[in-house]
Design a protein around this ligand. Structure first.
Ligand code: MG
Length: 199
């Protein structure tokens, strides 16, 4: 059975849409989906200290708990789970593990055996350039044959190690004039199912 490494945020969870609503409410901003950026400091237009403070406020509010699944993700995972070994590789910090597992249980029937938390933001030293890190080594470690991720940098890191990659979604942050050979964009789960030739 081949191994499919799947991302969580903006692939299984409609994170950006949900995040913006929650963030605007907490901080009184008017950020839209086209402003969304994994580099929170840039997205909020604040200094590093303020970005850290806001991240703490968000965490205290357990903001990821109320994310909705991406349209079609639940059905697609059920189908894919019959033909692939599915592992999750997420940039979420280790402390979000319990919340993430509960969220997955709440929305998905599939029992994800392996969930890797990249830890790009796990401590203050890392958090400053967490957005620059990629999952390349982690994909290799979990033995991924195929990767599904919405971030170009992770897809590019995967194809560099010879892993076939699906760039998920048509988002403001993953626009590209040209994709590296080995990367195929699928704008939604229907396209993923077609691309992987699942019945
Ligand atoms: Mg993602």
């Amino acid at each position: 059975m081949k191994t499919l490494a799947v991302d969580i945020d903006n692939v299984l969870a409609a994170s950006a849409e949900s995040f913006i609503v929650i963030s605007n409410k907490l901080f009184g901003d008017h950020i839209t989906i086209s402003d969304y950026n994994e580099d929170r400091q840039k997205m909020w237009c604040v200094d590093h200290k303020e970005a850290e403070r806001r991240c703490e406020v968000l965490q205290a509010n357990k903001y990821q708990k109320n994310y909705l699944p991406v349209y079609g993700a639940v059905q697609a995972i059920n189908k894919l789970g019959k033909q692939y070994r599915l592992v999750l590789v997420t940039s979420r910090p280790k402390f979000a593990e319990e919340l993430t597992k509960n969220w997955l249980k709440q929305h998905f029937d599939y029992n994800f055996g392996t969930i890797v938390f990249a830890g790009f933001w796990d401590n203050a030293k890392n958090s400053k350039d967490g957005h620059l890190r990629h999952k390349g080594d982690l994909f290799t470690q979990v033995g991924a044959d195929i990767v599904i991720d919405d971030q170009l940098k992770h897809c590019e890191a995967a194809v560099e190690t010879g892993i076939r990659t699906i760039l998920f979604g048509d988002y403001a942050w993953n626009k590209a004039n040209e994709l590296l050979s080995g990367i195929t964009r699928c704008i939604d789960w229907t396209e993923v199912i077609k691309e992987l030739e699942i019945q």
